[in-house]
Design a protein around this ligand. Sequence first.
Ligand code: ATP
Length: 576
Amino acid sequence: MKLLQLAEHFERLDGLTSRNAMVDELARLFKSIESPEEMREVVYLTEGILLPPFASTEIGISEQFMSRAIAQAAGKSVEHVKELYRDTGDYGLTAEKLITWPGEGITVHQAYNALLDIAKTGGRGSIESKVEGLARLIHRISKKEARYLLRVPMGKLRLGVGDPTIMDGLACAYDGRRNLRPVIENAYNLCADMGLVAGILLSEGPERLKDFRVLLGSPIRVELAERAESIDDIVRRLSRCAVEPKYDGFRCQVHKNGDEIIIFTRNLEDATHMFPEFVEAARSIVKAETAIFEGEAVSFNPKSGKFHPFQVTVQRKRKHLVEAKEKELPLRLMAFDCLFADGLEMLYQPYTRRREALLKLLGEGNTIAPTDALVTDSAAEIEGFFNKCLNAGFEGIMAKSLISPYMAGRRTFDWIKFKRNYAKEMRDTADCAIVGYFAGRGKRAQWGIGSLLCAVYNSEKDRFETITKVATGLTDKDWKDMKETLDAARVKEKPARVESVYKPEAWVEPRYVTEILFDEITRSPSHTAGRDGGRTGYALRFPRIITPIRADKKAEDATTVQEIKELFAMQHQATQ
Ligand code: ATP
């Protein structure tokens, strides 16, 4: 496929707002692809990435490189390019304005590989060769191709299509309907690599996808928990179940293949470098040649052995501090699931079997240890365990079905979280994608930011629907940092996937997630969350930010509209 053809598909997608029309356009695009390799490349480019997020390859093309490369290709000064960029806010459009040549008609494969090589180039003298390589590539492409291709390495393609829409597009390309969506989704949940799944669908068909196996080194999309309104509700839903402490740290998925250890975060990025002690422990105490298991990393006080709250653990996240903090803030991995052991895919087994496998997997040692687990059907016993967990400083409990398999990539009532907050009145938190901000009044006017427009994710529609305007919870410094962060994702118009009645002063591409505490969910005509045809959405009452940016979440990991509806129903029952 020629790059120009792909750019034309992207241009059409760019102009669409209806999701069905987007799915049809994607289906047309995917149908015209002939080789699995090209399919993989096209899918990544459509996702706006060069490689899946878990690939450990550093993709590094900074704004500075891009400005220099465009300047070099166009024979203009870097200042001139930067000035144009200040106007357009987009390197794709900047290059488009400067390109005067027709392009050589290169293929997607040529463009993708050139870009990937440039992005991967590292080491001495790499800056010059990167700039030159990029300038050469720009010289070979036309205006329209540049508009879309150059947005990819800058993380700014923004076609308005997320995973669910791409999966529907693939299913539709296969047989004109969306029947294959569950098969595609299941394989995607097992490897988190849409390009790989799409390539297999093209070359070997859906039967092969139905047999898709877990791959060591490719993260399994994580299982997530629903909320219960009370402990009785947990027992009603699960009967006899396992309850474990809910630790408040970072989720880690550890892959062991002999001595090779890879650790993925909650949003499936490779964060092995952050956890040297787990790498060491996984090599020495895990009693299997190959294994995949999950746990929560929590820092603790080496003198008292007590776990720290999340705000302390999070300090380990800063890359340059890993070494210094390793001694000061040692981590423990509280392991809670075993998904693969010695060649066996454990994730299809019920909890009880997986727990047995987990206990068998872990040898003596404190650095990686299994969570406590109580198996019971008594609400009173669960309540006792919950109170014990709160006294020990944990967030709450996780109750788990004894009979269900691991539901990769799904949020179901097989896992139920019950936190301190729900134990009191209805106070809860939502993780919201920031989609815009309003200039402030008074002191904040000087900073140009005073409140955030936030949205929850509608995974069925692949849309971000607004649920609150929030102006409290941040310190002066937080607001300044927030503006700087958001300005890097600022866009001129409402992003295609955002549904909003409000028009903020600045629109922001949904990329950052903020954690908001609220008292209640109300119905509101001003917000679009959960509007089904009618004019009333859901809104958060008394919102205040408690974590400015949840670095471990992508926008699509924000609280979903479905969860908001469930919370609303729960709160209704509680007041009846
Ligand atoms: P999400 O449900 O989207 O992950 P979140 O990141 O805000 O939301 P919670 O919903 O509060 O987290 O709880 C789920 C998380 O709890 C898991 O992702 C995991 O990181 C953590 N966790 C802590 N202890 C356990 C446990 N015993 N079993 C499973 N998960 C646990």
